[in-house]
Ligand binder design. Structure first.
Ligand code: PHE
Length: 449
């Protein structure tokens, strides 16, 4: 096999480190910001149900396939897909589309991450003063110009700096400690939210499906979110697969990552919706849902101001873990030959991402919000083009590659590492990748036509 094995970051040397790293990429704004806001505008439980099915039937197989391709070829995503089937370099297009997707996702992700970082400082300040955030804080921040752009630039400098310094492994160590704390804090938030009078309506909203809401848009929206949530269809997990030790069993790793990630999303939903209903808000609040609701939930608890600040600190950490993996896709590709080096590659990529991201951030500013491309703001365009087009199409191509084009024995051997001989999980997974996963992705796509 290939001679160029990338220096495995320390955290990935053990199966547990690999799990933490992969989970660190999966858990991010998708769980606490995007999942609740999409479930809110798509009518709740029907969307949640389709989302869960998409994770189980499509997300887990594609995640395992990406990890397997990455580990088998042990190189950056573009090079890995180009070399996956000898003689068919065209598969490398998956990696190139993944690089494009990384730029598009970061274009809007860094805007929202900027809000999270701004909220860390705003909520800490409010807690220290013993006050709460004035009403309209979120609208003023998101609709501003210099303020959100400065935060966005700061987020990119931080993420680029982490990649350039090669301390991404440090992030995993931090995430390994802080992700469990985020989990516990979400549970506290859930308890407070669920015990508010009138909370039951929020639980019903999240778990009692209304079949009338099952439209083709909901199907594709939920599938796109499943890809986005598990960092799939764009090479991020392939890149991490290249750092995976042979001792890590791929199918159980994929299962555990999907389970833990889904649990965080559901806990976030259970924190927000009962409170939204109890406090007489509407669930379809859109992108501001998280930022407006969390301070209101904690406001009803002793030391609430400090809990709010802690929540945003942990959210910021989770966000960095996801952004590191997004930026790693183009950086690993650019720096694969040693020139430009990682530092220059990270600086270049961060600069380009900022150029692309500023129009998304400004798309909420007064006077600029009327600017539309294909009827959408820049922010929405990046989001839709990545989550509803590039990631599902990338996922479809990866499923077809793994199910049909990769030599069967090699692919199964990768899945069998660490398993007892004769394990059925590998062949079963390959079956899902051949038929069910591509079928469901095509079905969701055609529903729109
Ligand atoms: N999975 C991350 C989240 O939920 C986002 C992400 C998408 C990361 C694609 C990497 C690749 O926040």
């Amino acid at each position: 096999m290939p001679p160029t094995r990338p220096a495995a970051p320390e955290g990935f040397r053990t199966a547990l480190g690999a799990f933490a790293a992969t989970l660190g990429s999966a858990v991010g704004l998708g769980n606490i910001w995007k999942f609740p806001y999409l479930a809110g505008i798509h009518g709740g439980a029907a969307f949640v149900l389709v989302y869960l099915a998409a994770v189980a039937l499509v997300g887990i197989p594609v995640l395992a396939a990406e990890l397997a391709v990455g580990r088998r070829l042990r190189r950056n995503a573009v090079a890995a897909y180009a070399a996956a089937v000898p003689g068919y370099r065209a598969w490398g297009a998956i990696g190139l589309a993944g690089v494009a997707a990384a730029f598009l996702v970061m274009g809007f992700y860094t805007d929202v991450a900027g809000w999270v970082f701004a909220y860390v400082f705003k909520t800490l300040g409010a807690a220290a003063r013993g006050t709460s955030l004035p009403p309209g804080t979120f609208a003023a921040l998101a609709g501003g110009t210099w303020e959100p752009v400065t935060w966005q630039a700061g987020v990119l400098v931080l993420t680029g700096g982490i990649l350039a310094a090669g301390v991404a492994k440090g992030i995993e160590r931090v995430a390994r400690v802080l992700l469990p704390v985020l989990f516990i804090l979400l549970l506290v938030c859930d308890l407070r939210s669920l015990t508010l009078p009138g909370a039951g309506a929020g639980v019903a909203f999240l778990f009692k499906p209304d079949p009338a809401r099952l439209t083709p848009h909901v199907l594709l929206g939920a599938l796109g979110l499943a890809f986005f949530k598990l960092s799939l269809g764009m090479g991020a997990m392939t890149t991490y697969g290249a750092y995976l030790p042979d001792s890590a069993r791929i199918v159980p790793t994929a299962l555990r990552v999907a389970l833990a990630d889904t649990a965080v999303s559901l806990l976030a939903g259970l924190a927000l919706f009962p409170a939204v209903f109890a406090l007489q808000g509407t669930p379809d609040g859109g992108p501001g849902l998280l930022f407006e609701t969390v301070p209101r939930i904690f406001a009803r608890m002793p030391l609430g101001g400090w809990f709010t600040a802690l929540f945003f600190v942990l959210a910021a950490v989770a966000t960095i873990g996801a952004m590191v993996s997004l930026m790693e896709v183009p950086v690993a590709w650019l720096s694969a030959r040693g020139r430009p080096g990682r530092g220059a590659s990270a600086a270049l990529v961060a600069g380009l991402m900022l150029l692309l991201g500023v129009p998304a951030t400004l798309s909420r500013a007064a006077g600029l919000d009327a600017f539309r491309i294909l009827g959408r703001t820049c922010f929405d365009l990046y989001d839709a083009a990545s989550s509803q087009v590039l990631l599902p199409v990338g996922g479809l191509a990866i499923a077809i590659l793994a199910g049909w084009a990769l030599p069967r024995a090699g692919f199964l051997a990768e899945l069998a590492k660490g398993e007892r001989p004769g394990a059925w999980t590998g062949p079963a997974l390959r079956g899902l990748l051949r038929w069910l996963a591509p079928g469901l992705i095509l079905l969701a796509g055609f529903g729109l036509l």
